[in-house]
Ligand binder design. Structure first.
Ligand code: ASP
Length: 297
């Protein structure tokens, strides 16, 4: 049993072994339903999700497990039940793993200290979203073989994005160069110390990128006015067809979803030939199967 609380703490060889394992879980590969047969995986989602929850659900089923889906809405959280009481009660029903999303950074780390099963972080506040970073790395490895020497440009709301942080750690660990770009008010301190190059000038760095990852403006996490206007953000940092033309011919476009169409990315780019956005989603199932195999089997 092992937790996946973040990319932090995982070595390059461990990340690579997990990504290699995910290859065996792609569609058409031999049956893997024995791996968690008779076991239960609990999805504990205190925050909304489309891709991550369904993907972990599919992944657990694909390994032969039963899935218990808990969401905050309709639960005893409305009666004042605490996070730890909720988690301990769910654990008492016998899952081998709790897959957990919470709006507070560090919530899965707290739960992991109080339960015996594996805890998998499916996104905690603005902190980490490790399974997203792993499926992004998997998608890039599928294209490139290895990430060494490649430049990945991450653009948008870096301050509130847990995807940005996990991707920075994962991509750096796997040998990529990571450039992060956004308005000064949406760049957290300390990105350079984690190995990122930081810029506010998207047009200057765009031609260098082998992949451009657009991030959603996380309006639900913004308590202050970080931007003069969304239109201004979109004009300076949105990936539109004119900017796309300035990218390397083979460069790909990524987005973790959900997309604010017309804000951080134009529909024509999101749905265009460079986009690997739906590949990311498909690969998510194989990668999450590998995560459950490594952590909970
Ligand atoms: N779905 C991702 C997350 O939960 C990205 C996003 O919401 O913008 O962090």
């Amino acid at each position: 049993m092992r937790h996946l609380l973040g990319i932090e703490g995982w070595r390059r060889d461990e990340l690579e072994a997990l990504l290699d394992k995910a290859q065996a879980h792609l569609p058409g590969k031999p049956d893997t339903t024995h791996i968690l047969r008779g076991k239960v995986v609990a999805n504990l989602f205190f925050e909304d999700s489309t891709r991550t929850r369904t993907s972990f659900h599919m992944a657990a089923k694909g390994l032969g497990a039963s899935v218990m889906n808990w969401t905050q809405s309709g639960s005893s959280v409305s009666k004042g039940e605490t996070l730890l009481d909720t988690a301990r009660n769910i654990e008492a029903t016998g899952p081998v793993a709790i897959v957990m999303r919470h709006k507070s950074s560090g919530a899965p780390h707290l739960v992991a200290k109080h339960v015996r099963c594996a805890v998998i972080n499916a996104g905690d506040g603005t902190h980490e979203h490790p399974s997203q970073a792993l499926l992004d790395a998997f998608t890039l490895r599928q294209r490139w073989g290895a990430l060494d020497g490649r430049t990945v440009l991450i653009v948008g709301d870096l301050l509130h994005s847990r995807v940005a942080r996990s991707n920075l750690l994962c991509l750096k660990a796997l040998g990529a160069r990571v450039v992060m770009c956004g308005p000064p008010t949406l760049i957290p301190p300390g990105l350079e110390s984690l190995g990122a190059e930081v810029t506010h000038n998207l047009d200057a760095v765009l031609p260098q990128a082998d992949a451009v990852m657009c991030l959603r403006l996380q309006l639900e996490r913004q308590s202050e006015n970080f931007l003069p206007s969304i239109r201004e953000f979109s004009r300076l940092f949105g990936l539109n067809p004119a900017r796309e033309e300035r990218m390397k011919p083979e460069a790909v476009v990524m987005h973790p979803g959900p997309i604010n169409r017309g804000v951080e990315i134009s529909p024509a780019v999101a749905d265009g030939p460079r986009s690997v956005i739906l590949e990311q989603v498909s690969n998510g199932v194989a990668v999450r199967r590998a995560i459950l195999e490594v952590c909970a089997s």
